[in-house]
Design a protein around this ligand. Structure first.
Ligand SMILES: NC(=O)c1ccc[n+]([C@@H]2O[C@H](COP(=O)([O-])OP(=O)(O)OC[C@H]3O[C@@H](n4cnc5c(N)ncnc54)[C@H](OP(=O)(O)O)[C@@H]3O)[C@@H](O)[C@H]2O)c1
Length: 294
């Protein structure tokens, strides 16, 4: 079996990826504080901030592809911890890009819609990034490092992900579901828009990008429609048999946070849909699947 290295295998995306790809590839995965156990997958602790050791890690495993999902992914944390965010999101990404290039293996880098300022929305790959928070800046700098140091790369700017994870860190869907089912009243923002992406669609796209003849370059990958969290929560209430009045409708300005939040980071995903002949689940389709499974 061909080998794949997934950084951040204990994260929401990395865990979902490993579970989907383990039947096709021999998977190696790195984590930091949360040592997860995934049957058939070799998981080990490796601090990517210690980037001088990254080259040796990659040489030892010698994978056909690296999927780099590890990051400081919480924008507020990044805003308050610049050095840590820059070290992991940018410098470690650069070292992985160099190592992948030396090995001649493919590198898939997961970037974010937060590279945009959110003033326009429906961003395509031709639009210029203009991040308004430090997380977005460090991820965009990571994109530049990949372009500078690696030839066999695919950079995916992802919309906000939702679905089911390992339980280590709950994503907004899981948090809303837990609160609604326990009779609590979640607050959901109604004036901030994203193309929310079902994690299984992200996994499907990344799986297709791993092959040696797969398309390279920069791709946007968000869900097929623009929505606010409030709109998603309304759809979730209907499926859980909970009254929509259980949700508190709030505005972005009511939630001051360390990192500024772009109002509309929706992504135009036409390029990747064409390139991979990809079906992207609507929020309604994804919630049907998530709620049916329970
Ligand atoms: N989730 C989203 O909505 C979203 C949207 C757009 C883009 N993205 C991007 O997609 C990727 C995956 O996101 P996610 O939600 O799966 O992230 P996540 O759940 O926050 O997971 C982050 C991963 O990075 C690891 N990590 C943190 N610091 C590390 C270090 N110093 N050395 C090695 N590993 C370290 C964590 O390990 P431990 O858990 O073991 O500490 C964890 O496995 C990220 O690159 C993110 O920027 C995510």
């Amino acid at each position: 079996m061909e080998k794949i290295l997934i950084t951040g295998i204990s994260g929401f995306l990395g865990w979902n990826l490993a579970r989907r790809l383990r039947s096709q590839y021999q998977i190696y995965g790195t984590c930091l504080d949360n040592l997860v156990s995934i049957s058939g997958v070799e998981v080990f602790t490796f601090d990517l901030s210690d980037w001088a050791k990254i080259e040796r890690l990659c040489q030892t495993i010698n994978p056909m592809a690296i999927v780099h999902t590890a990051a400081h992914s919480n924008p507020d944390y990044c805003e308050l911890h610049h050095k840590e965010a820059l070290t992991l999101n940018t410098f470690a990404t650069r070292e992985l890009a160099k190592a992948a290039n030396r090995l001649g293996c493919r590198l898939i880098y997961t970037s974010t819609d937060f590279v945009f300022d959110g003033k326009k929305g429906e961003y395509s790959e031709a639009d210029d990034p203009s991040p308004i928070n430090y997380y977005g800046k460090t991820k965009f700098l990571g994109e530049l490092e990949i372009m500078n140091y690696c030839t066999q790369y695919a950079t995916l700017r992802l919309g906000t992900l939702y679905g089911r994870g390992s339980g280590t860190r709950l994503n907004f869907f899981e948090i809303m579901e837990t609160l609604l089912l326990s009779g609590k009243r979640p607050s959901c923002v109604s004036d901030q828009y994203r193309t929310y992406l079902f994690v299984e669609d992200a996994v499907q796209a990344i799986g297709q990008l791993i092959g040696e003849t797969s398309p390279k370059g920069l791709f946007h990958l968000g869900g097929p429609e623009k929505a606010s969290r409030y709109q998603i929560a309304e759809q979730l209430c209907a499926r859980l048999g909970v009254a929509a009045s259980s949700i508190e409708k709030v505005r972005l300005a009511d939630f001051p946070s360390a990192a500024a939040r772009p109002p509309d980071c929706s992504l135009n995903s036409s390029k990747i849909k064409r390139a991979l002949n990809l079906h992207l689940n609507s929020v309604s389709q994804a919630l049907d699947r998530l709620c049916a499974r329970g």
